[in-house]
Write a protein that binds this ligand. Structure first.
Ligand SMILES: Nc1ncnc2c1ncn2[C@@H]1O[C@H](COP(=O)(O)OP(=O)(O)OP(=O)(O)O)[C@@H](O)[C@H]1O
Length: 676
């Protein structure tokens, strides 16, 4: 049997995990305590911390302030909705009892029956209207919440430093704030429903013998579900495909069908080989199903448990039937139907309550995360406001930035403990100098640029800017004093004019400066050629969502027209990047320019022109330039730093370094010989 179960502890798994194989799948899950009390104690601890840390209260208060009337309306709407089911059952039951009595006596109370039918119809209509009315209010509140938290997320994001913003996915905040409130509202609704139905059972029970027993009987299924389902099924598990043939088939299919591999596939002409391999793999795989056989997973209930749980479901009706047999004088059709209805609704309400509570419980974690990030952001702002302003008052008139690396070492976050990108780097740069960093691939050039750009902090040593440790300045001030031009440039989904103008956001509508920057960066011709010129959005945010499968036709054509991507070459992209950098350079605040291989995709003429213009703009600013290409700038450099394996192995001026015939001269000659 292919889908047979093979349980076992894999050696590579952590001791808190178990796994088993079924068919081509390996299911990995976490051990959970099977005791009811243990599981509840976890939940209670989480709730306690939510209340103690007050983040749930903060969320409710924040949401309340976003729209007090809306918030109160939503809560009241849920409260009322909670009574809907019980009142409907109550009215229906009254009606059935009246009809039953009329049938038995032969003289039905026509007026009362009509009144009750009218009340039932009116209530049904009113409830339906109420539901659709409240459904229009939820989106208003949810959108306010989403936009409010989105704004707070943006604030935190724009102020976060590079390495921490990499790790914190703040995008989770906006939807999860609403989903927490939604879970609270649903819990209110479900709790009201449960208590009103409970009240119905008890009041019904009070009127007849054995009522309390009936209530317990109605709850029996709920209890068995709580004990049997929750504690045999892990909360989450992962499914791994362990069949190598199947994995290979997926890889072959992906290569053949996904756009990412299209160029390789066409230029390599190996498409038919892939199909042959796929066919061969399919034959090898045979009839093993690729559907996960959920129903035979061992944490599903076994058949005895299932039989027991299913039988419990019929307990209330069995109870009424037995009562009717034992005491036929007190049995009635209406009590029979009402018991059936109430027990069903009650079970449904309790399981809904436990479901929404589980949702709410899950939302607690994301609510905590939202406020932890908001608090961290506020703490960061506060800490930064106590730092030094850049430039220091006595350095305001200084042209360019003075830089000193003192025994700086650096390891990228998450990389190997022993793998230092920079190891004991020392150098100092006078203000207004032109500095070139050269070295082989992976030697550490970009890492120096990354530290100077403030993307990362050194792991050891210190970086002094104008004689003060860089970490003592406000990061925002340093960013404003630095212009960065690298080969990694991402077009913003905004118009070309904004893409360039954001180089100096304080002077965004100055058309003269925009033209000047574009001309210096070499993008003016490109912009003039585009049909919408400065207003062109090269890569817009997607604005259409296709619903259903769009066949070829006018609808699909229209969709493609709406979000039109304008492709430009890598070199043209770099010209736009350079234009933004010139816009920044001309802002008058820049004291340090960092240039890291920004011309990799440019033609030699464009490259030469860019370096010439950069050099012209460098006057009065410190410029640090990472390059593999010698010639344009190296001859003009005030200082050349030659890096190897994370260390400065040589430094000086071009002519001196050539004379000393060290690593720099070697690198230089390799290029020079190519031209000779
Ligand atoms: N994001 C990163 N995470 C981990 N390690 C990195 C990262 N970026 C670079 N490294 C490693 O740090 C070392 C220095 O890399 P760096 O990018 O500074 O070299 P480089 O001299 O600029 O190279 P290239 O000339 O190829 O651009 C290399 O060993 C590289 O593998």
């Amino acid at each position: 049997m292919e889908n047979s179960l093979k349980c076992g502890q894999y050696e590579d798994l952590s001791p808190s995990l178990s796994s088993f194989e079924v068919g081509m799948w390996r299911i990995i899950y976490e051990h959970h305590p099977r005791k009811l009390v243990a599981s509840w104690s976890d939940d209670i601890a989480k709730w306690k911390s939510a209340i103690q840390d007050q983040y749930l209260i903060r969320l409710i208060v924040d949401i309340y302030h976003l729209g007090p009337a809306l918030f109160i309306f939503c809560v009241v709407a849920r409260l009322l909705r909670g009574f809907e089911e019980a009142s409907t059952i109550y009215l229906s039951n009254k009606l059935i009892a009246l009809i039953e009595h009329g049938l038995a006596s032969g003289t039905p109370d026509r007026l009362q029956i009509l009144v009750l039918v009218g009340a039932r119809v009116l209530m049904g209509n009113a409830l339906s209207w109420w539901r659709s009315f409240t459904a229009q209010i939820d989106p208003i509140l949810s959108s306010r919440i989403k936009l409010y938290f989105e704004e707070r997320a943006m604030e935190a994001h724009v102020d976060a430093d590079y390495s921490s913003s990499n790790s914190q996915n703040f995008d989770v905040a906006p939807p999860s704030a609403w989903s927490t409130l939604y879970a609270i509202l649903e819990a209110v609704d479900a709790a009201c429903a449960m208590f009103s139905q409970l009240w119905l059972v008890v009041s019904m029970a009070g009127a007849r013998d054995g009522g309390w027993t009936l209530m317990l009987v109605c709850f029996a299924k709920v209890f068995t579900d709580m004990v049997m389902v929750d504690h045999f099924r892990p909360k989450s598990y992962i499914i791994q495909t362990v069949n190598p043939v199947y994995l290979r088939m997926r890889a072959l299919y992906t290569i053949a069908t996904e756009y990412t591999y299209r160029r390789e596939l066409i230029s390599g002409a190996f498409g038919h080989h892939l199909v042959d391999e796929y066919r061969h793999a399919r034959q090898t795989l045979g009839d093993i199903s690729d559907e996960v056989p959920y129903d035979i997973l061992p944490f599903q209930r076994n058949w005895a448990n299932k039989l027991f749980a299913d039988s419990i479901e019929h307990l209330p009706i069995t109870f009424i039937a037995v009562k009717a047999i034992l005491d036929p004088r007190h049995a009635s059709l209406s009590s029979f139907t009402m018991t059936e209805q109430v027990s069903f609704s009650l079970r449904h309400s309790v399981s809904r309550l436990s479901y929404v509570m589980a949702n709410l419980y899950r939302s607690l974690e994301s609510t905590r995360t939202i406020y932890a990030r908001i608090d961290a952001h506020e703490a960061r702002l506060k800490a930064n406001s106590n730092k030094l302003r850049y430039p220091l008052p006595d350095k305001k008139e200084q042209r360019g930035m003075e830089i000193e690396f003192r025994n700086v070492s650096f390891r990228y976050p998450g990389s190997d403990e022993n793998k230092l990108a920079l190891d004991g780097v020392n150098f100092s740069i006078k203000p207004s100098s032109l500095v070139i960093i050269v070295g082989e691939n992976g030697s550490g050039k970009t890492s120096i640029a990354n530290l100077l750009s403030g993307f990362y902090q050194p792991t050891g040593g210190e970086i002094l800017l104008d004689g003060v440790n860089a970490s003592e300045y406000r990061p925002g001030d340093l960013r404003e004093a630095t212009a960065l031009l690298t080969q990694e440039y991402t077009l913003l989904p905004l118009s070309i004019s904004e893409n360039i103008a954001l180089g100096d956001p304080y002077d965004i509508s100055d058309d003269y400066r925009l033209h000047e920057a574009s001309s210096l960066g070499g993008s003016l011709d490109l912009i003039e050629r585009l049909p919408e010129k400065w207003e062109t959005v090269l890569q817009p945010i997607s604005s259409v969502t296709p619903m259903g499968y769009l066949e070829d036709g006018p609808l699909k054509t229209e969709m493609e027209k709406i979000d039109h991507y304008t492709g430009i070459s890598g070199g043209e992209k770099q010209r736009l990047a350079a234009s933004r950098a010139f816009m920044r350079l001309k802002s008058g605040k820049i004291k340090l320019v960092i240039v890291d291989e920004p011309t990799s995709a440019m033609d030699p003429v464009a490259e030469f022109e860019l370096f010439e213009k950069l050099r012209a703009q460098q006057v009065g600013r410190t410029m640090i330039c990472v390059t593999h290409r010698f010639g344009h700038l190296t001859k003009h450099a005030d200082l050349i730093l030659c890096v190897d394996h994370g260390k400065i192995v040589e430094y000086g001026k071009h002519d001196d370094l050539l004379r000393s015939d060290g690593p720099y001269a070697k690198l230089y000659k390799v290029q020079a010989d190519g031209f000779a």
